[in-house]
Design a protein around this ligand. Structure first.
Ligand SMILES: Cc1ncc(COP(=O)(O)O)c(C=O)c1O
Length: 476
């Protein structure tokens, strides 16, 4: 027995379980209440907290409740993407039902490597729901840790389709190439590097005025490479670029993929959920013709990280790439295991959070939240366009990213000014934005992917940018 009833013995929380769960629930409820409205400043770690974070490995037990409080304090002093005025990168929202799903899933510690019975059925059902939500005719799909791994999974399948047997023999004697917009996410190049295609073999196709891949240049690049004896592995269309939210012309790219007999993958990690909304569906026409699609549910489907999915038109695309027989992973009744369609072995039950989100809120509520984020992007574009000190891109936002630049009278270096302004905004803490370089110039790049963000938060964003932007002399 220990002296203090709150100190655990062994590795079970034992008699302290209920108290620990109640304390954790208090912290969760506090965080959710806080996220309902924005706070006026970011907190930073106190000296006491920093001292705690320098402590060496503890050998013995500690007070559970106090230690849970410390963990909550660490979280409170960290950047939280779930806050309504976090506009940086492509944030996630920590959807409440999704957070509860994670607690449940991790409690059971279900492993989706093999047939986990009901959990496996639920994963397949969720793949079906996601496909129906997007309007993509998926025969199969799998949940992964993120867009990077979903893209890698899809492109491994594309490689096997273009060069059957490549997984065994490699790519000796083949000159593989891949095609994407020059503003595609770096995970495409990374996949080419990892799959033996070679990062230098990725053709970054130039873009049009709306920053979309130009089909005429894609066709020319394919024709030239084929004439040189190259083997195209895939065309990767981006449905929502990370920089500005541009959606490549999917229908025209699908025509070209068909004409040349090349795999069409859509990297919709960020933007493809908008395909489910009436206002944006037209941007995604042709999506149903792709061979594979990446969607990050931890971005614009609001669930907590990490939850991405890759969907394929034909199950064999995945099985021919990933299936294998190992003595420690037998196949029961001729069925494939989850590891026969994924890159990962041990795999947490990621599908549960999306399943619960759909089941509890319904698809219409998810669509509604995506549509509201798009309206907020439109609102920011309109507000910024009307302000003399603010500059926006010539074209309206296609999805929910709205690059904005501040111009100050008398300020000669606008790029240095906006870089300094971005740092000042992050220090100030009322809003959080990240910078971006567009055509060599520095911009603030707000992105709306949070169901908690309200229109007033957009107005505050503009006001704070103008307020801090006006202090040119002290910024740089
Ligand atoms: C278009 C696109 N693809 C892929 C990724 C990578 O996704 P993840 O960070 O989930 O690996 C991102 C991330 O922002 C993205 O915007």
């Amino acid at each position: 027995m220990t002296d203090d009833a709150r100190i655990p013995v062994g590795l079970s929380l034992g008699v302290h379980r209920d108290a620990a769960l109640a304390r954790a629930a208090e912290h969760v409820a506090h965080a959710w209440r806080e996220f309902d409205t924005a706070r006026d400043t970011e907190t930073s770690p106190t000296p006491e907290l920093l001292a705690l974070l320098r402590q060496p490995l503890p050998e013995g037990p500690a007070d559970i409740l106090a230690t849970l409080d410390s963990a909550a304090e660490v979280l409170d002093a960290s950047l939280a993407q779930a806050r309504p005025r976090f506009f940086a990168f492509i944030g996630s929202s920590g959807l409440e039902i999704g957070a509860l799903a994670d607690l449940l899933a991790h409690t059971y510690d279900t492993n989706l490597a093999v047939d986990a019975r009901a959990a496996t059925q639920l994963e397949w059902q969720t793949v079906g729901w996601l496909a129906a939500f997007l309007g993509f005719p998926a025969q199969a799909g799998t949940f992964t840790s993120g867009g990077t791994i979903s893209n890698m999974t899809a492109l491994a399948s594309a490689r096997e389709a273009a060069v059957p047997g490549a997984r065994h023999r490699g790519l000796a004697g083949v000159r593989p190439t891949m095609y994407c917009s020059r503003e595609a996410h770096h995970s495409i190049t990374r996949a080419a590097e990892m799959l033996g295609i070679g990062g230098a073999q990725v053709r970054g196709i130039d873009i049009d005025d709306g920053r979309r891949m130009r089909p005429d240049l894609l066709r020319a690049a394919l024709a030239e490479d084929l004439a040189e004896g190259c083997t195209p592995i895939a065309i990767v269309a981006t449905a929502g670029t990370t920089l500005t939210g541009a959606v490549d012309p999917l229908y025209e790219l699908a025509d070209i993929a068909e004409e040349f007999g090349v795999w069409l993958h859509i990297d919709g990690a960020y933007g493809i959920p908008a395909a489910a909304t009436a206002g944006a569906a037209h941007l995604f026409a042709g999506l149903e013709r792709a061979d594979s699609v990446t969607i990050d549910c931890h971005k614009w489907m609001f669930v907590p990280k990490a939850c991405s999915a890759v969907l394929v038109r034909d199950t064999r695309a995945l099985t021919s790439t990933f299936s294998h027989d190992e003595a420690y992973m037998p196949h029961e009744g001729g069925q494939f295991n989850a590891v026969d369609i994924t890159l990962e072995y041990s795999r947490p039950f990621r599908a549960l959070k999306l399943w619960l989100a759909f089941a509890v809120h319904g698809a219409a509520a998810v669509r509604g939240a995506i549509a509201r984020n798009r309206e907020q992007a439109e609102l920011l574009y309109d507000l910024a366009s009307a302000r003399p000190a603010l500059e926006v891109l010539a074209h309206r936002p296609q999805l929910s990213i709205v690059p904005v630049r501040h111009r100050n009278r008398g300020c000669t270096d606008i790029d240095a000014h906006n870089a300094a302004l971005c740092s000042a905004l992050q220090r100030d803490g009322r809003v959080y934005v990240s910078p971006a370089i567009i055509d060599g110039t520095t911009w603030l790049r707000p992105c709306f992917t949070n169901f908690r963000t309200a229109d007033d938060d957009v107005r505050v964003l503009v006001a704070v940018i103008e307020e801090l932007g006006a202090q040119c002399d002290t910024l740089h």
